[in-house]
Ligand binder design. Sequence first.
Ligand SMILES: NC(=O)c1ccc[n+]([C@@H]2O[C@H](COP(=O)([O-])OP(=O)(O)OC[C@H]3O[C@@H](n4cnc5c(N)ncnc54)[C@H](O)[C@@H]3O)[C@@H](O)[C@H]2O)c1
Length: 388
Amino acid sequence: MRKIKTAVIGAGFMGKVHTEAIRRLGNVEVVAVAAKTAEEAKGFGDLIGVDRTTGEYSDLLRDPEIQAVHICTPNVTHCAIAKAAVQVGKAVLCEKPLTMTAAEARELAALAESRSVANCVNHNLRCYPVLQHIRQMIAAGELGEILVVQGTYSQDWLLYDTDWNWRVLAEENGRLRAMGDIGSHWMDMIMHLTGLRITALCADLQTVHKVRKSPKHAVETFTGKTLHPEDYEEVPITTEDYGAVLLHLGERTRGAFTVSQVSAGCKNRFQVEIYGTRGGVMWNQERPDELWVGSRNSPNQLILKDPSLLKPNAATYADLPGGHGEGYDDTHKQMFRRFYRKVADASAPVEYPTFADGLRIMELLEKVVESAGRRGWVEVGGAAGAGA
Ligand SMILES: NC(=O)c1ccc[n+]([C@@H]2O[C@H](COP(=O)([O-])OP(=O)(O)OC[C@H]3O[C@@H](n4cnc5c(N)ncnc54)[C@H](O)[C@@H]3O)[C@@H](O)[C@H]2O)c1
């Protein structure tokens, strides 16, 4: 079988996750990797056994053999890399958030549409089997009319002022940090599961650490070391550590969610709760195989992922039998499998989030900024508010 040749751009956390997940597909080969510097790319290539490495991603775009690229770089670089790749006809799978601004996302989505290339923004969390089961339950009317959505995406990895990453800088990450990084997943998910659109919102943002300590040189593990002033420089921070958003989803549905990167003990607590006229559901990423189903008139249930018991479409997101955990890594595999079906066959269905979905999130993020800035409700129009 002739394998699809792909390239991974970015050699950090996501570069590794993407490479592993691509390799699990079987019909796609990572033939080249790029990073910010040739040295970093070479180190990554050595680690994963890929000979072709470069510090200039544009080298890879010139190769007609490479059909697709994965963009696993800081947010500020997404738009330029994605545009360059789409322009030469590559299929593009880009990390979230899609761009730095809605204007960039609009341009990118239009370009991808006009060139008819497969395009995906990596809201991989959609691919947990239990979440797909929830989606099917809602589509079948099992929760009734959706009345209330609520939840959180909370982490603790930026709790201390000594915690540092490129994400804390607006120029590399975008104006919103916790909202862009993890709130983007939450908003994408709630719309994906319910089929509803966020039509108005009211946001509150807080930057707990208005100054952070940036290490001057690489330290093995920054947190927990005894720091001396010569080890770091103090950097003013404008991106938020915490945010809360009240939501309207159409006329009757109401909701609220928080995001936080300073909530001690929350490692990756992505929780969604959806309550309708006939019942409710709750799911937490820290226990991904469990689904809580709530009922007014009968005992609540705790259901464990088991493909033989999931709705048929949701079962296609589970590769292992019941009792065999499937987690974060598997969501990437499921997403990429669907993306590469489209790369291999243009007539395949689009079963993954596209740049148009990425644009919707960028528009919502700009509404969050507007709302927080003027401390009030903002109506959502454009692509974000369109559709049902
Ligand atoms: N979907 C998810 O669950 C998820 C999780 C984490 C991160 N992300 C997203 O993935 C992206 C990368 O995050 P990360 O945590 O892997 O970052 P990271 O800091 O670990 O890695 C970034 C990599 O990008 C490379 N890079 C920077 N500029 C480049 C350029 N111009 N050309 C080529 N390579 C370049 C760096 O060399 C580095 O290898 C971000 O957009 C982030 O929001 C998504």
